[in-house]
Design a protein around this ligand. Structure first.
Ligand SMILES: N[C@@H](CCC(=O)N[C@@H](CS)C(=O)NCC(=O)O)C(=O)O
Length: 247
C-alpha cells in the first residue's frame, strides 16, 4: 500500500467495517495534576464545565518516592518546566494551565469560557493575567522554598493580600454573577483556586467582599465542587471530602 494511502486511511481513521477505530485523539485526556495545585484546579474546572471526561495522573510536587514525582526525569519528558499541570489530549501534550484552557476553548467550544464581546474578552484575560502572572507565581512552592520557612507565610500573605486589593477593585467594576458580567469565564476558573490558596495561607479576606462573593457563588457549580482539591484521588485521607478550608 502506498504511503499516501496509508496516511489517508489513518487520517480518516476508519476500520474495515466503517466504524471508527480508537486513536490517540479519541482517548480520554490525561491530566497530570496535584490535588492542591491551583493551576491544575483551573484546568479541572474548565474540563468539568465543558463536560470533558478525563483521567488524572497524580503528580506529586514534594514526594520523590511517589509513583510520579514532578522533579523526576520521567515527568520532565512530559513538562520540561517540571510544573503541574500538563494535559495529554488529542494525541499531544500541552503544558501551562492558561494555554490548556485556550486549547480547550478553541477545540471544545461547548460552554464557552471567553465572551464574544472584545472588551469583555480582554477583561477576562486581564483578570486571568492578574492571578496567573501577578499572584500565583509569587506564592508558588519553589518560590516559598527560596524565601525560607521562617518568612514564607508572611511573604505569601503579603503578596496575595496586596494583589487582591487591586483585583477587588477590578472585579467590583467588572462582575455581575461571575467575574465578568453574568457569563462564566476563564477568570472564574482562575479566581476560585486562588481564593483557596489565600485561605490556605490564612489571608484575611474581609477587605475583599467581591472576591469572597464571587468565590462563594462560583464555588457552588458542580464542576467546581467535583474538582475541588479535597475531592481528588491523590488528596491525603485526612483532608479528603472536606469541601472547603474553614473561612
Ligand atoms: N504558569 C504555569 C504555572 C504552573 C505552576 O506554577 N504550578 C505549580 C502548582 S500550582 C507547581 O507546579 N509548583 C511547583 C514548584 O513551584 O516547584 C501554569 O499556569 O500552569
Amino acid at each position: 500500500m502506498s504511503a499516501l494511502r496509508k496516511s489517508t486511511i489513518s487520517l480518516l481513521n476508519l476500520a474495515g467495517n466503517g466504524t471508527r477505530r480508537l486513536s490517540s485523539s479519541d482517548a480520554k485526556p490525561v491530566l497530570y495534576s496535584y490535588y492542591a495545585s491551583s493551576c491544575a484546579w483551573r484546568v479541572r474546572i474548565a474540563l468539568g464545565l465543558k463536560g470533558i471526561p478525563y483521567e488524572i495522573k497524580a503528580t506529586h510536587l514534594f514526594e520523590p518516592n511517589a509513583p510520579l514525582y514532578s522533579n523526576s526525569s520521567e515527568y520532565q519528558e512530559i513538562n520540561p518546566t517540571q510544573l503541574v499541570p500538563a494535559l495529554k489530549i488529542d494525541g499531544q501534550i500541552l503544558c501551562d494551565s492558561v494555554a490548556i484552557m485556550h486549547y480547550l476553548e478553541q477545540t471544545k467550544p461547548q460552554q464557552p469560557l471567553l465572551p464574544q464581546d472584545p472588551f469583555k474578552r480582554a477583561k477576562v484575560l486581564q483578570i486571568v493575567q492578574i492571578i496567573c502572572s501577578g499572584i500565583q507565581p509569587l506564592q508558588n512552592a519553589s518560590v516559598l522554598d527560596r524565601v525560607g520557612k521562617k518568612n514564607s507565610l508572611e511573604w505569601a500573605q503579603y503578596w496575595i493580600s496586596s494583589r487582591f486589593a487591586g483585583l477587588e477593585k477590578v472585579l467590583s467594576a467588572s462582575s455581575g454573577k461571575f467575574c465578568v458580567g453574568d457569563e462564566i469565564s476563564m477568570a472564574d476558573c482562575c479566581l476560585v483556586p486562588q481564593v483557596f490558596n489565600a485561605r490556605r495561607f490564612r489571608v484575611n479576606l474581609n477587605p475583599f467582599p467581591t472576591i469572597v462573593k464571587l468565590d462563594d457563588s462560583f464555588g457552588t457549580q458542580s464542576a467546581v465542587r467535583a474538582s475541588h482539591p479535597y475531592n481528588q484521588p491523590d488528596c491525603p485521607p485526612e483532608l479528603a471530602n472536606k469541601q472547603k478550608i474553614s473561612k
